[in-house]
Design a protein around this ligand. Sequence first.
Ligand SMILES: [Fe+2]
Ligand SMILES: [Fe+2]
Length: 179
Amino acid sequence: MKELTRAINHHLAAEFQASHTYLAMSIWLREKDLVGFSSYMLTKSNEERGHASRMIAYLVDSDQGVELPTIDAPQRDWSSVQALFDDVYDLEKGVTASIHHLYTLAEGLGERSATAMLDWFVSEQLQEEAEARFVCKRLRLAGDNSAALLLLDQQFLEGTALAHVKGGMGGGPQAGQAA
Ligand SMILES: [Fe+2]
Ligand SMILES: [Fe+2]
């Protein structure tokens, strides 16, 4: 297996692990009756599977092998909504680092179809980090005020919570197409 193919296969684990973790987060939030946050994390979980599918399609289309990873059982409990979203932000930063590593590798090897495929992911990660950072900051502002927490939950339910987060690239890849 080529070095880049192996690295892309390795990255699939990060996307599937994020999907699994976000599903666990969605369940925990639903158990706390935070329906807006919960549905946001369920959507994010599905998006992460979509990201893995996108890379799998690239591998298949370029006649490279796909090796699906083993996914660890995710954490099931968090001390607070703030702690949960701090974890989301950390997880996204880890995924960004992995994407940038793939990009550097693809560039060094002159694999232009791979860098073209990865361009989408670079924009996507900028948007994802901007969103996670925004939610973390909002939660810090809310502090121990449950009315503020419920208002943010309601905004997620209505789909307005992240309306002003643009990720620096005209709204990120999601603006034009479903991820
Ligand atoms: Fe992702
Ligand atoms: Fe993500």
